[in-house]
Write a protein that binds this ligand. Sequence first.
Ligand SMILES: [Zn+2]
Length: 656
Amino acid sequence: MNKQLPYRQIHLDFHTPELGAPIADGFDAEAFADTLVKAGVDSITLFAKDHHGHAFYDTDAAYHHPDLHVDLLSEQVDAVHRVGIRAPIYISVGFDEFIGSTHPEWFQRNDQGEVLQGQKKTVGPLDAGFKQLCLNSAYAAYLEDQIREVIDRFSGRLDGLFFDIVRQSPCYCNTCMTKMTEAGIDATDPAQVQAYADEVTTRFENEVSELVRSLVPDCPIFYNDGSVNPTIRKTLHTNSHLEIEALASTLFGYADFPATMRYAKNLGMDYVGMTSRFHFGWADFGSYKNPAALEYDSFLILAHGAQLSIGDQLYPSGQLQKHVYDAIGQVFNQIKPLERYLDGAKPLTDMAILYPDRSPEERIPAALAGAVAMLEEAHQSFDVVDLEMDWSRYKLVVLPDAVTTTPELVAKVNDFTTAGGKIVSSFYAGFADGQFAFANFPVDYIKQSPYETNYWIRNGEDFEQVLYRSGPYTTLRPGAESLATIYEPWFNRTYQHFYSHLQAPIHTRTNYPAIAMNQSFVYFAQPIFTLYQATTVRNYRVAVMDAIRAILHDDEMIQTNLPSTADVLINEQAAEQRYVLHLLHYVQQRRSKLIEVIEDTLPLVDIDFSLKLPKKVTRIERVSDHKEIPFTIVDGRVNFTLDRHVGHDMFVLDTE
Ligand SMILES: [Zn+2]
């Protein structure tokens, strides 16, 4: 593994078109470095070549920016090195407007011949926007010459390479059509074309990493395609670490980053979380993220055990803006004294969610987003896992809604439950050939509900709850119990027969369980996690958490009276023999049409924690004021109360 990545990074975009006037004419190496030092920056990713295809270094292999008359990248790198700041170098891979306009045959194209911008999104001749180049075309050789050249020109001062937009989408350009035919691919089958595109990406990353590592063996490398999900397994080895875009202030929203990070952190690599200083996403010039939002993004990234990178874009003058770096410094300079509580921290978790099926267009599957939201709002300590990861440290694993049944899944689940692990599954997870495939499952399948919506009445509740999508009708197996019963509506809503504005009310009790439990499984018949992502019905989350507590006999790691708006994460610093609990409270609101916003930090009062931890706690200290927090240990649980909490804080729990 590389030496630890720096905590306080800037990702300095510089996508700059031709302007017809000198660029970087205001660049002052000393002022540049001085601004970064004052803001507490310890690493800055700088541009060799941007999405416009313009290079900012002395090049023979790329197209030099026509308006640039100083050796900008070289001067930037030397300036920051003089003050001890690292400077990884950025190269745009997927977008290169200059070479694309010269070689339009190198663009990725969909099956209509239209130029692609993303997996399916196209860019027409009249659209403003970048176009994706095909990594299967001669463009790859053009790019590899640039990579070789950057390594050569920055020999002895290269701190890493960041390759951006590395994503071959299903491509039907002339080259791909010819090569697919040669490879025996049926181009009319989207699945075969997708698999071929994935192979092209894998081959490209393998070749580039081999090249880089043959020249600079310990060079940090990262290939960005905008997200990290289980498809990265094929190319994980080509990266030295992961950088995860956490741009909650874009259309990603606040649900995206935690789900991605909780998966990425188990891939065995160092990882960076990346937010930006803009109100929305990248290059939103003249806009500023609210200070509380920048704090939340930053501290949440650190609480997840990642290093932090804040995105900015350099102005054409080559000058950094004081206002922006004052705001960034406000966060970075708070982080410096906290780093000793972050070094080597590993998440301490007792539950996991299996990453469900994902279509290539989806950033985060809805079922995953719903399951992550539920467990976070209930302050559970959990990871997101795939089938290759070790499940043995978890008490419970969730299989949310859409999980394709494979022999590997069935074997993994059976081994896990045999060893005493508990499973929460839902809908058709684990269903194959007309029946549920897991050993000791609590129900047998009968048929799909004939109704689009159903109701449940949970044991102990005296009201019905609508279920906006139905699932299978099942019958209990011996030893299983029902925690909720399915009820049917009067009828399905059709054009011929409908009831008021929405679904028809409750009518008939069935004998089918909506929630079934035995010693190893809790089963929800409806796609409860997808429904929660779509509707946020509180009763769904309460039902899932009641079932989890029941099957775990109230033994979950974290119990607290915190409101659903708070975040809690627990990490272990094994070398320091301590746990570090992060508590965050920043409330997101959807005040505008486009994004969720955070403006204020709202104080919390009278917070109770009860923690079940593997090691015995001997002392608890709040990091912000080094105040010792009194606690008791009852039945193996550490109990303590906080009078008041604002924003982010950490609590150090020393152990024996
Ligand atoms: Zn192609």
